[in-house]
Every structure is written in structure tokens, then in C-alpha cells.
Design a protein around this ligand. Structure first.
Ligand code: F6R
Length: 531
């Protein structure tokens, strides 16, 4: 037997369009497909820094952020601590901000956030962690801010500052209007920021209107700055920060003046950057024109020229950086019609497929048309997501003869207002007394629940009985909606997944019990077509 040697060449891959920066960007920016990959990369950088500092016998001073954005980084750091022995013994931390006033044990306190997400899960000495004091008095708050600045200086300055970005462009809580040199201080929160915090506080009216935040100047003094943003909600402000001019209207734009700042985005948050929105405008290398990119370009061209797709001309393509695409794909009209048909195919009045008996000449065959009618299972995270997000489709599926099931994954109890719970309990008491049921028991419950609800402060977790009552209210609403849409009661499945039942906005991680519930439903309603 002879052995053949195969010469292997390194595989060269054309970078995906979103991987290549465009000249419009004024900050070093990296885009990853998934937020998870960003978190892993940033956590790795932090871990390497902690280890490098430890190897020289030095402290590693980290500036930390709260909010939804950095939680993946914290989870990954905790994993590195548990599985790879990363020690935080030499780490000193300074958090960006805290609501003011705010007691550290409150649900929304950043002290509590940091303990739950990081500090209690690693070996960092408590004395090494610093967060602005939300309990500082009116008289002392300015001095507290000065002491915070001094503490940062005394620690030798921040080695790496982690940042999220708010929809107002804030970093820390430096709202529009914050100057380049501002320091740690009290700030009044922007209306948009109050709205964004409303769900954490169970209503905008409960959000403190002020906060203490490190200043832009404080942040810019960090030796390295890493800003993360995830999700389409951040895309417009990210584009302003990364591609726009440096302006006090977008505090994050000041990072353009930092010599060692880097922005990390997932694909959704990068959507408004030129490299994603219109990579053909500045691509230095040839783009890989697959159908998806061609479709994106044609839709962009129609929007930019404000013309219908079928009216786009050769000149439109040529004058808008799409010469390559046109040259590759032939005539403008061929491209137009390809994308037009593609879009047309994405619209249907038959969401469960079209039976052969209803097909007309020219109807295209879609995957799944063979099986009609279908058993359809709709997963609704809360009771109401089904009708709010796809009520029309749901009714169509029922009308067209499919067997429609809805699985409500959670009780949704957290969204029921206290007043609503009291109203239902009042009804139950009157109902029981009117029809001669044991009214005394309901009355007792009514007074207990009323007492508990009156004593409760905004954001506090409900007692188990109140949570249960609120869950029942939402079940009733879901049944009423099901009835309206024609989904029978036995086709509504209330899974009440346990991960949700914390009584708080923050949930437990998904566990095997949760997965089992979904699995057993799938088995029960076998041969399901999922929507
Ligand atoms: C948090 C902070 C804020 C957040 C920003 C984004 O300490 O200073 O600037 O980083 O509001 O919040 P999320 O990550 O919740 O979207």
C-alpha cells in the first residue's frame, strides 16, 4: 500500500461582511455573530489581565458596569474561576454608578446586582470592591463623589473599564449634555433611561430620578476601555457613537478620543454601522455576493432611492456602489425580479401551508404543503404573547382547519397589578357569599392578601399565595383569548415553567425540570408542526 502525501494549504476564508471595519468607523470595533462570543472574548481578556498582574505581584483594577449587557461576561468569569482556577484575590473593582437614593439590599441596587452576578461567586475580598454609596445624604453626597475619585486614584487608576451603552448614548449614567471632563457626581436620569429602567422597578414612577455616576473624564482615564452593546435596540446609538462626530449629545462618542478603547458588538447591535447596513459603500475587498447579501443590497437600494424594487435601474445600481453586484448577476431587472419574488414568497395568507385543492395556476410549492391540515403548537412565553404577537396568524390557522395548540411557558404572574389581584379576590368573596359557598375563608384570604399588598414596597416580591392568585388571573385571560380565536380549552397548555417563579424580573437559569415540561408536552402532542 502506498502512502500519498497531501499537501495542505491554509484555508483562506473571505471574511463575512460584518467582520471588516468600514472607514466610516472612528473607533476600533469588533462585531461577532452572537453576544455569547463577545462575552467569552472579553472575559478572556479580563482573565488574562488579572493573571498577568498577579504574576507580577500587582493588583488588577477593574471598572465594572451593571445592566443586562455585562452579565454574560460575569458568568464567564465565574466559570473561569470555578473551572480554570482564576483567582480574584488581587482584583480591586470600582463600579460606574448607583441609583441615588438607593439602599444596598434593594432589589434594584447595583450593590446587590454585583454581589449576585459576580462578587459572591468568586474569591474577591469584599474590601476590594467599591460602588458609589446610594445611601449618602444630601449633605454628604458631593464629598462621597470626591472620595470615590480619590479611591480610584489611590488604587493607581483603572486598568480596564467595562462599559455598556444606554439608548441615550450614556456610559455610566452620563446622560446627553455630560461634558468631556466631568467627574463622579450626581446626575438626573434622562426620560429614556427612566423608561428603560421601568420594568426593573415595576413602573416608571418608582425609578429614582437621580443617580451617582463616574464622569466621562473619570472613564477616559482608564488605561483600557471596552464597551459592549447587544441587540437591535442599541443599533442606532451605537452607530452614532462609533461613526458620528464626538459630541456631548452622545457620551459614548468621547471614547473616540481614547487611545485604547474598543467596542464589541453582536450582529444586531452593529446593524446600523455602514459595514453591516451597506458594506458595498466602502468594502476594500470584493464582497461574497450570496443571495442573502444581494437581497439586502436591493432592499437597501430601494429604500435609499425611495423607489419600488421593480423600478430600480442600471444607473441606480451603478451610482450606489453596486456595480459589482450588477456585473455578477446580469441585468438590473433580473436582480429586481429575483428579490421581488423572494419577498413575495415571504407573504402568505396560508400560514400552515396551502392544500393541493386550493392551489391555483402559478402557486409555488412550499416546504410542508404536503401535510394538510396540520397539528400546530404555538409556544407563548407568557399568556398573551400568542395573541399580541401573532393573533391574526393564530385565527387563520384555526379558520383554515388546523388543530392549533398553545403552550404558555410561564404563569406571567409578575405582570399582574396589585389592584387587579384585589379586584379578583373581592369578586371571589362576593361570589362565594352570594351562592352560599364558604365565604369566611375567602374573606380571610382577602384581608391577608390586602394586608400583604399594602405593606409591600414597589419591586418587593409577592407572597406565594399572591403569586398564585396573579397566575390564575392570567390563565383566565389566556382562556378568554383562546375562546375568541377558536382554540379549545383542552388545546391550551399551561406549563408554569419553574425557572420563572421567582416573583422577580430576574429569573432562575433554565433547569432540567423546565426542559422536561416542554419535552413531555412535545411527546403528548406528537407529530407536531411547530410555529
Ligand atoms: C450600568 C451603566 C449603564 C448601562 C447602560 C446599558 O452600570 O452604567 O451605562 O451600561 O444603561 O444598560 P443595559 O446593559 O441594561 O442595556
Amino acid at each position: 500500500m502506498s502512502l500519498t502525501t497531501i499537501e495542505t494549504k491554509p484555508v483562506t476564508r473571505t471574511p463575512a461582511y460584518f467582520e471588516t471595519p468600514s472607514p466610516a468607523e472612528r473607533m476600533t470595533t469588533r462585531v461577532f455573530e452572537r453576544a455569547k462570543d463577545v462575552s467569552a472574548t472579553v472575559a478572556r481578556e479580563i482573565a488574562d489581565l488579572i493573571r498577568a498582574k498577579a504574576a507580577c505581584g500587582e493588583q488588577c483594577v477593574l471598572g465594572l458596569a451593571t445592566g443586562s449587557t455585562p452579565t454574560g461576561v460575569y458568568d464567564e468569569l465565574v466559570r473561569l474561576h470555578r473551572e480554570e482556577g482564576l483567582s480574584f484575590a488581587n482584583v480591586v473593582t470600582f463600579n460606574l454608578d448607583e441609583y441615588w437614593p438607593m439602599r444596598p439590599q434593594e432589589l434594584q441596587s447595583y450593590h446587590r446586582f454585583m454581589r449576585e452576578h459576580l462578587f459572591d461567586r468568586v474569591d474577591i475580598p469584599a474590601a476590594n470592591t467599591h460602588i458609589p454609596d446610594g445611601t449618602a445624604s444630601e449633605d454628604d453626597v458631593r464629598a462621597m463623589c470626591d472620595r470615590y475619585e480619590q479611591a480610584i486614584r489611590a488604587a493607581g487608576g483603572i486598568d480596564l473599564q467595562l462599559l455598556g451603552i444606554g439608548r441615550t448614548g450614556h456610559i455610566g449614567f452620563n446622560e446627553p449634555g455630560s461634558s468631556r471632563n466631568c467627574r463622579t457626581r450626581v446626575i438626573t436620569l434622562d426620560r429614556v433611561t427612566l423608561k428603560d429602567a421601568a420594568s426593573d422597578f415595576f413602573g416608571e414612577e418608582n425609578v429614582p430620578t437621580r443617580a451617582v455616576t463616574m464622569g466621562v473624564g473619570t472613564i477616559l482615564e482608564a488605561k483600557r476601555v471596552v464597551m459592549l452593546a447587544f441587540g437591535e435596540g442599541k443599533a442606532p446609538v451605537v452607530a452614532r457613537a462609533v461613526q458620528g462626530p464626538v459630541t456631548i449629545s452622545v457620551a459614548a462618542s468621547f471614547l473616540q478620543e481614547h487611545a485604547n478603547a474598543q467596542v464589541y458588538l453582536d450582529l444586531a447591535a452593529a446593524a446600523e454601522l455602514e459595514r453591516c447596513k451597506a458594506p458595498w459603500c466602502s468594502a476594500a475587498h470584493a464582497l461574497h455576493w450570496d443571495d442573502a447579501l444581494a437581497r439586502k443590497a436591493v432592499i437597501w437600494l430601494a429604500r435609499t432611492t425611495k423607489k419600488a424594487i421593480l423600478k430600480l435601474t442600471t444607473e441606480d445600481y451603478n451610482e450606489h456602489h453596486l456595480q459589482d453586484l450588477l456585473a455578477l448577476r446580469g441585468k438590473a431587472y433580473d436582480l429586481n425580479i429575483m428579490v421581488f419574488r423572494d419577498l413575495q414568497r415571504s407573504i402568505t395568507g396560508w400560514p400552515g401551508g396551502k392544500p393541493a385543492s386550493r392551489k391555483r395556476v402559478g402557486d409555488t410549492h412550499r416546504a410542508g404543503d404536503e401535510l394538510f391540515p396540520k397539528r400546530v403548537l404555538i409556544f407563548s412565553p407568557h399568556p398573551d404573547d400568542d395573541v399580541i404577537s401573532m393573533g391574526g396568524t393564530l385565527i387563520r390557522l384555526v379558520d383554515q382547519g388546523h388543530e392549533v395548540h398553545v403552550a404558555y411557558q410561564t404563569s406571567g404572574n409578575i405582570a399582574v397589578f396589585d389592584a387587579e389581584a384585589l379586584r379578583f379576590l373581592d369578586f371571589a368573596t362576593d361570589f362565594n357569599s352570594a351562592f352560599g359557598f364558604d365565604a369566611a375563608k375567602t374573606e380571610l384570604m382577602e384581608s391577608d392578601v390586602a394586608k400583604a399588598l399594602r405593606a409591600k414596597r414597589p419591586g418587593e416580591v409577592d407572597a406565594a399565595a399572591v403569586q398564585k392568585l396573579k397566575g390564575i388571573i392570567r390563565r383566565g385571560e389566556a382562556r378568554a383569548a383562546g375562546l375568541y380565536c377558536g382554540v379549545t380549552d383542552e388545546h391550551l397548555h399551561f406549563l408554569d415553567m419553574p425557572f420563572y417563579e421567582t416573583g422577580r424580573v430576574r429569573k432562575k437559569p433554565l433547569g432540567t425540570d423546565d426542559i422536561e415540561l416542554v419535552k413531555s408536552l412535545l411527546i403528548r402532542t406528537e407529530r407536531i408542526a411547530c410555529v
